[in-house]
Ligand binder design. Structure first.
Ligand code: SAM
Length: 369
């Protein structure tokens, strides 16, 4: 989905999906555009070097080849973030230290002055990805993950990642032209991401990016990209409905839709899934029902998943439903055969995204599992 998103953006070439990433080529404006507009990316990294790093010496050598003097202005602070796992590095903190030493040593030799490290407020974020005997070095242009759009308060119970929600919608073929409903909307992530798609709103429009502190940042180009993104907004053409049984969730959805600037596009209602009114044919329902970690929840949740299947049959004829769940056992309680099953990860949790096509009229017995 990310490669498709990138191909649809202007000024971006050589889009190449890889393992856990999609590579592309573009200029600084493309970096801004990608940060502002990508719905499914976590961060946009500016690739600097790739090489062998089976030992401290090899990683140091690799980091020392980068022209850091072009990337950090005198007086700028840095931080090194490390992701992945590399042979010869039991701890990512050690790999970060090695790269930091290489950067500091190179700058001290060239400038006679060493840069400071700032863990909490660095001007330049260096990103190291270790994989086996190799490492990629990059500048992180995003900072906070791009899933942090800014419309939902962080902290509290971990709900669905915004990027994953957008990815599910794009996988489901949502383009804003079909009526959309999430009957168990929680904090409203699916409905808000749907509204952002339907209104052509850039998901990063409300936030800042780490690249704004690069010494080669061009503020006027970012302003132009923000204005172009604003100009491409449109009104949503089909209804978007978010419902939840819990009044606190309903209040959160109302707050979050306003914060996301899509309050006018999303209808928010309190109600039980079982009371969902019939939806027009051609609707898209995407839902992430609770799947509970506590044992005692199981009976209640089984009946909730059963109610989901009944609701699909009775209220969603001629439409499509997608269910994202971390529990394959509970998914069976829906009682309908999924015509597509995709494995997705919500952070560390392996989930299934299941598609159900609900035919007009009552389902035949053979459609039940
Ligand atoms: C896992 S959360 C959904 C998270 C949501 N996707 C988000 O991004 O925040 C499940 C939601 O289902 C709601 N729920 C549970 N039982 C329900 C029912 N019978 N009818 C409607 N909503 C229900 C809960 O209140 C909760 O907000």
């Amino acid at each position: 989905m990310l490669a498709a998103e990138l191909r649809a953006l202007t000024g971006i070439q050589e889009v190449e999906p890889g393992r856990g990433l999609v590579a592309f080529r573009g200029d600084l404006a493309a970096v801004y555009r990608a940060n502002l507009r990508l719905r499914t990316a976590m961060r946009v990294l500016l690739h600097l070097a790739t090489g062998e790093c089976g030992s401290r010496a090899a990683l140091y050598e690799l980091a020392a080849t980068v022209a850091w003097e072009d990337l950090l202005a005198p007086g700028q602070t840095l931080v090194v973030d490390v992701a992945g796992q590399g042979e010869g590095f039991d701890s990512t903190a050690f790999a970060a230290l090695v790269v930091k030493d290489a950067v500091v040593d190179r700058l001290r030799t060239r400038r006679g002055q060493r840069p400071d490290v700032s863990r909490t407020n660095a001007d330049v974020r260096i990103h190291v990805h270790l994989h086996g005997r190799h490492a990629d070095l990059a500048l992180d242009s995003s900072g906070e993950p791009l899933s942090h759009r800014g419309y939902r308060p962080r902290g509290g119970p971990a709900p669905l990642s915004e990027s994953l929600a957008a990815g599910c919608l794009l996988l489901a073929g949502y383009d804003g032209s079909q009526p959309f409903v999430d009957p168990m909307a929680g904090t409203g992530t699916f409905a808000i991401e749907a509204a952002l798609i339907a209104t052509g709103t850039a998901p990063g429009a409300q936030r800042s990016f780490a690249c704004e502190r690069w010494h080669f940042h061009r503020p006027e180009r970012l302003v132009a990209e923000r204005e172009a993104a604003r100009a491409s907004r449109r009104s949503s053409s089909a209804p978007i409905l978010a419902r939840d049984l819990d009044p606190r969730a309903v209040a959160a959805i109302r707050h979050n839709t306003q914060a996301a600037g899509v309050g006018d596009s999303v209808q928010v209602w309190r109600g039980d899934l079982r009371d969902l009114p019939p939806q027009p044919a051609g609707s898209l329902l995407v839902v992430n029902p609770p799947y509970g970690e506590r044992l005692g929840d199981l009976d209640e949740l089984s009946s909730l998943y059963g109610a989901l299947g009944d609701t699909f049959k009775q209220r969603l004829a001629g439409s499509t439903a997608w269910v994202l769940t971390g529990s394959p056992d509970l998914a069976k309680q829906i009682g309908l055969r999924a015509c597509r099953r995709l494995v997705l990860f919500n952070g560390p949790i392996e989930c299934r995204l299941l598609r159900f096509d609900i035919v007009e009229g009552s389902l035949k017995q053979s459609d039940r599992e």
